[in-house]
Design a protein around this ligand. Structure first.
Ligand code: SAM
Length: 276
């Protein structure tokens, strides 16, 4: 197809920003533009571009659209503040919130083993970037980072980020939640490790090779990348497929990897620097 005009691109973006499905999310415009651009070569005309763009957007966002009303959750937190001084209340709250999101819900029975495995493999990190975080930060009570540690969480979903900022302000005031497309703008600050849980296979669909782009750009010693070992229904093993994804990502590098299985998550430790 011919390159769409700026007016046509803006119309496609407006249709998403005003749609019932996406309007609440305040998605970054440059991410929407990127999804349009990458779909131009495979589209015959504007109508097909619209369909392909919406499919790509659905793949990035929709499988993890849960029914959480973040504005309501913020009001709840404001009325019932959390504190590290009441660890039981904090954990109970985090568990019930994590259960509302398919991805964190699946991890609940394995939280201790999950973080023990990470700490045993790389030691206790002093700085973490949590990429495509969704509700991962609610696992922080199980992470037990040292005082003075830094934790930065990134996601595309605006209301979710505002909710995480409220949670951090009450319990972990030094930690940050940032609305950012980690593919278009990989975080640049150095850190001991990046968490990249259960998203690489989907980011690869958005742009083949994206995990490698991310790994090249990040200034971290280790990326802890998790991928599901089985499909959502538990019928098919995804292990070979996901091991292949990581092997392909690391082709031509000298980075070391090791793999552990916790619950349904294959935890790939990708060491850009040797572990001391
Ligand atoms: C599979 S879910 C949650 C993954 C989460 N790390 C976990 O293990 O529970 C994917 C999340 O990634 C976010 N996401 C997808 N693409 C992203 C991108 N390019 N930049 C930042 N966040 C992204 C989505 O908004 C969604 O919250």
């Amino acid at each position: 197809m011919n390159k769409p005009t700026e007016t046509e691109i803006e119309k496609l973006i407006d249709s998403v920003q005003n749609s019932h499905k996406y309007r609440e999310l305040e998605l970054p415009v440059e991410m929407l533009r990127d999804l349009i651009w990458v779909n131009i070569p495979g589209s015959k005309n504007l109508a097909e571009l619209k369909t392909n763009f919406r499919k790509a957007l659905h793949n990035v966002i929709a499988p993890y659209l849960e029914n959480i009303d973040y504005a309501k959750e913020i009001r709840y937190l404001q009325a019932n503040p959390l504190s590290l001084n009441d660890p039981e209340q904090l954990r109970d709250y985090c568990l019930q919130m994590m259960a509302k999101h398919a991805s964190t819900k699946e991890r609940i029975p394995h939280l201790d083993e999950f973080f023990d495995t990470i700490f045993e493999t790389i030691g206790t990190p002093g700085s973490i970037l949590d990429l495509a975080c969704a509700l991962d930060p609610l696992c922080l009570p199980w992470l037990r980072l040292a005082p003075g540690a830094s934790f930065k969480a990134y996601d595309l979903n605006g209301p979710r980020i505002r909710y995480l900022q409220t949670f951090f302000a009450q319990v972990y005031p030094a930690y940050q939640a940032i609305q950012q497309d980690i593919l278009l703008h990989p975080p640049v600050e150095p850190a001991d490790c990046a968490f990249f849980f259960k998203e690489a296979h989907r980011l690869e669909k958005r742009q083949p090779g994206s995990t490698r782009i991310l790994l090249d750009a990040l200034h971290v010693k280790t990326m802890v990348l998790s991928l599901p070992a089985m499909d959502l229904k538990g019928h098919h093993s995804l292990e070979d497929y996901h091991r292949h994804l990581v092997d392909k990502t690391l082709e031509g590098t000298i980075w070391q990897q090791e793999v552990h299985l916790v619950g349904n998550e294959l935890l790939f430790f990708i060491h850009k620097e040797p572990v001391s």
